[in-house]
Ligand binder design. Structure first.
Ligand code: DGL
Length: 272
């Protein structure tokens, strides 16, 4: 038997948001090695032109493939999934999984009324990715989408439950509340960190859904289908890389993800 380390799963986001997906994956597949890249030096992605986000997604995937030889790449960012997933899947030999389809499946599984909301960044909502995916798989649903500019910045500052974020949420979520949805997809991987505030604003009759668990299931089924799962008896190694301030990433990231986020490796785009 070879004792070579198994190939890791690579995952990236603009910052801390993808840690919601990382948490779900670590819980579901604790034996897998994971390399997480948080592009905190260049967040937020949501307000950037689509071409710029596409370029970042290509750069990060290229670096991860070259430096870590992953067996699968997870785009743990709705904005990057919305604008770049198809291109990444076409360009790289390694399988690339995004968060839009898993998120949509998760919200469709819980709605009773078929009135569903999706909140995301300006980039995600403007891309029409959710609207197109819903029209394809569930044309009967009534979908209400709303962009929530500013939410990501609150999370990146570690401010997940303040009066300011509550006031902003009340304003931005008003169209979703007016549409009388019974299920709301948090279509930005940062937003589950604001779940308490969003739940208070939406009320008890609206089920909040994140794409994290469903994406983790999609990863684990893809690995099982291709026979690429790591051995069961081992504990996976988790590596975290940030293009921003690594001390902040370690402190805030550990608070958001948990003890697996220990040390953080610095990556500098200007030295790449
Ligand atoms: N967490 C990301 C998403 O799911 C990116 C948010 C951002 O950087 O604006 O869209």
């Amino acid at each position: 038997m070879s004792s070579a380390a198994p190939r890791p799963i690579a995952m990236f986001d603009s910052g801390f948001g993808g840690l919601t997906v990382a948490r779900a994956l670590i819980d579901l597949a604790p034996n897998e090695d994971l390399v997480y890249f948080g592009d905190t030096g260049r967040y937020p992605y949501g307000p950037r032109p689509h071409d710029e986000v596409r370029r970042y997604a290509h750069q990060i995937t290229e670096w991860m493939v070259e430096a870590h030889d992953p067996k699968l790449v997870v785009v743990a960012c709705n904005t990057a999934t919305a604008v770049a997933l198809d291109e990444l899947q076409a360009r790289f030999d390694v399988p690339v999984i995004g968060v839009v389809k898993p998120g949509l499946s998760a919200v469709l599984a819980v709605t009773d009324t078929d009135r569903v909301g999706v909140v995301g960044t300006v980039g995600t909502i403007a891309s029409g990715a959710y609207q197109r995916a819903a029209a394809e798989v569930a044309p009967h649903i009534e979908l209400t989408c709303a962009a929530c500019p500013g939410f990501v910045e609150f999370v990146e500052r570690g401010e997940t439950d303040s009066e300011q974020v509550r006031v902003l949420a009340q304003r931005l979520l008003a169209p979703i509340a007016d549409a009388k949805v019974d299920a709301l997809l948090l279509g930005c991987t940062h937003y589950p960190f604001l779940a308490r505030t969003i739940a208070d604003v939406m009320g008890r009759d609206v089920v909040l859904v994140s794409s994290a668990d469903e994406t983790a299931f999609a990863v684990s089924s893809a690995l099982a289908a291709s026979g690429l799962e790591a051995d069961g008896g081992r504990t996976g190694r988790h590596t975290f890389v940030s293009s921003g301030d690594i001390e902040t990433f370690a402190r805030l990231g550990r608070w958001l993800l948990g003890p697996e986020l220990d040390t953080v490796i610095a990556y500098r785009w200007d030295l790449a």
